[in-house]
Design a protein around this ligand. Structure first.
Ligand code: SF4
Length: 303
């Protein structure tokens, strides 16, 4: 059995920055309550490791960042890598909270571009994933930002004189271009600004280059959009068995039966330590036909 670790794997620059800011904040404010407004990055193990540093995650299914902020009354609030709306930022300041903004630069850049086009009286069509915090922050900018999740959403829109089309940074390249084609067919005056970030792009391209692969493990959190997209792309690309797993302990022995070539990739918010454990377990299996169970040492998750 051949084990193929796909390159690149591991944290992207935005996740590295967010984790470093969280660690720095814990050191700088030892006497304050520290909160992250949602998961700092979409990986539950990273969130748990941050909680061990004294940073509390404020999260509730179905609640927006603005609503979650009502649960924080004092101390420090860390805005997550997914970006934040001006409204939430302003509300945190008005509440007297100390603000630490871990928004990824690539996410902030998309917000700036959207605002520039709104100032030029464009309607903005924003392709993203429903309820994702990155999309939530962009939609909050203006009523002239229209959320698009599928081609059907475009049919519901009026015939605007000029539109700018852009997207959430972690979408699938193929998916957004198929929606963009539908936008082009509907609107004459259209500006297209593909904002898929480099980290997302190169991970997707690496998956598309995989050939003769029987099985792919994507190590990532079910909430991680870029991890889910890697899985979708691999399936579309014809890899017969694709599994999104959080740790090596999720691997089932029967998944490996009959597989000769097994590839491993990870989302941009997955600790390298967890991906390395998956590689270790698969290598051990290929030599012994036995699955190892590995404990997770929380001290390695923020490396
Ligand atoms: S996946 Fe892209 S947008 Fe998201 S944090 Fe990483 S670099 Fe930034």
């Amino acid at each position: 059995m051949e084990i193929i670790p796909v390159t690149p794997r591991g944290y992207c620059k935005g996740v590295v920055r967010a984790i470093n800011l969280a660690k720095k904040t814990a050191l700088e404010y030892p006497n304050e309550m520290i909160f992250m407004l949602g998961m700092i990055v979409h990986n539950k193990y990273v969130v748990e490791a941050c909680e061990l540093l004294g940073i509390q995650c404020v999260e509730e299914k179905g609640k927006t960042r603005l609503e979650l902020l009502d649960k924080i009354h004092s101390g420090v609030v860390i805005f997550t890598a997914h970006g934040i709306s001006d409204e939430v930022y302003q509300k945190a300041i008005e509440k007297g909270l100390i603000v630490v903004n871990a928004s990824c630069d690539d996410v902030t850049k998309t917000q700036i571009i959207v605002k520039e086009y709104l100032e030029k009286d464009y309607e903005v069509l924003y392709i993203g994933k429903k309820f994702h915090p990155e999309a939530e922050a962009v939609i909050a900018i203006s009523d002239h930002v229209h959320f698009i999740e599928s081609k059907d959403d475009i049919n519901q829109l009026p015939d605007y004189p000029q539109v700018m089309v852009t997207n959430q940074t972690t979408m699938s390249i193929k998916e957004i271009y198929s929606i963009i084609e539908a936008c082009k067919a509907k609107y004459k005056h259209i500006v297209i600004l593909d904002e898929i970030c480099n980290a997302t792009r190169i991970r997707q391209e690496a998956i598309e280059k995989l050939t003769d692969t029987d099985c792919l493990f994507v190590v990532g959190d079910p909430k991680s959009n870029n991890s889910n997209k890697l899985k979708e792309i691999a399936l579309l690309n014809g890899i017969p068995h694709v599994y999104l797993i959080e740790t090596s302990n999720d691997i089932q022995k029967n998944w490996l039966e009959g597989c000769d070539r097994i590839a491993i990739t990870s989302g941009a918010s997955t600790p390298t330590y967890l991906t390395n454990q998956v590689i270790e377990v698969l290598k051990h299996y290929s030599e012994s036909n036995e699955l190892l169970h590995l404990d997770i040492d929380m001290n390695h998750l923020l490396d």
